[in-house]
Design a protein. Sequence first.
Length: 398
Amino acid sequence: MLNCEWNNIIVHIDMDAFFAQIEERDQPWLKGKPVIIGGLPGQRGVASTCNYQARKYGVHAGMPLWECQRLCPNGVFIRTQGGKYSFVSIQVLGVLRKFCDEVKMASIDEAYMDMTNHRRLFSDLQNMGEAIKRGVWEKVKLTCSVGIAPNKYVAKMCVGENKPDGVTVMSLDEYRKKFAPRPVSALIGVGESTEKSLNRLGISTVGQLQNFPEKILKALFGIYGPRLKEMANGEYQGTVSNPYGKAREDKSMGHERTFSEDVNDGETIISTLLRLSGKAARRLRQGNYQGKRVTLKLRYSDFTTFTHQTSLNYFTNDEGEIFREAVKCWEEAYSVGKAVRLIGVRVSQLRKTADSYSTFQGDLFKGRTALKKNLVLKAADAIRDKYGEGVLYYGGVG
């Protein structure tokens, strides 16, 4: 049985070069080559991620594609395959939930697990991390890195210490000693502006920030000042769950797409809205959510961005209903003739339901119809879970 005196055991999972690793898994010929995900050379846009071979050339996520090509002319450029990556992310989430109930996805490739109540299942924390890594590998054949600490912040800070494919266990004392000599910019949450402000105070390292008077920090940075010191000392208490053990409710769910070239073709826009609505609805059903408000996001070629929304008089997680509302918003908001750079669909005003397939409960006949329809959606979700996102698509408005 694990002998650990920590009050909390928080595990941070970070998939290694997630998008690139999926492409290497699915296309073995990419192994050993610098892979850059985000678009093709000559296209506008930025790299979503890249593998570790590409990083040796100085390429990193968020870098313009033209610069990636300049630094890494032999790189293999691949368009982002959002649906595939989302599907794998859902598979990883399923693995993590076999270890504990309290799992919080921080992004498509990161998650937090509160393993406090499951410590008796493992001989030590290193064994715990290896077991989680092994479970992910066996399911999706991808590596991940694991950070284990007494709180969420330190777990995220330490996960990068042994990337890729490593496990790092770090107590608060170990964290303070390890990070004390590093620059304050090493702290997650300290950006360039904050770093410069701290440097002007004579604070250049994490260790100096650990011992700096809190009153001065609060006077200069407001409520953020004490938090800076907490982060430096590993005492910042970002939590995975609330005191009652339930995950924080999501406020909205949606997807968006940036086109490789500006689009003003109505057919392309409508088909994109169909795909985005389907993705949003699937996320809602997976989380047992329903929503009432549908919001359309439009960004034109000149980067002006607008949103337009409509509200239903009932809750839904049906892609057909979400799609119809999204098209309505499009017809009302679109400036005819203008080229579109980005479009998105988001569902908000959510409610969590014990049974997400129980729309229209107040109307007997509508309730029966909705139940039958949602049983079909549930079956379609099961097929996608087994065979992949691309095997079934919603065909249009019925």
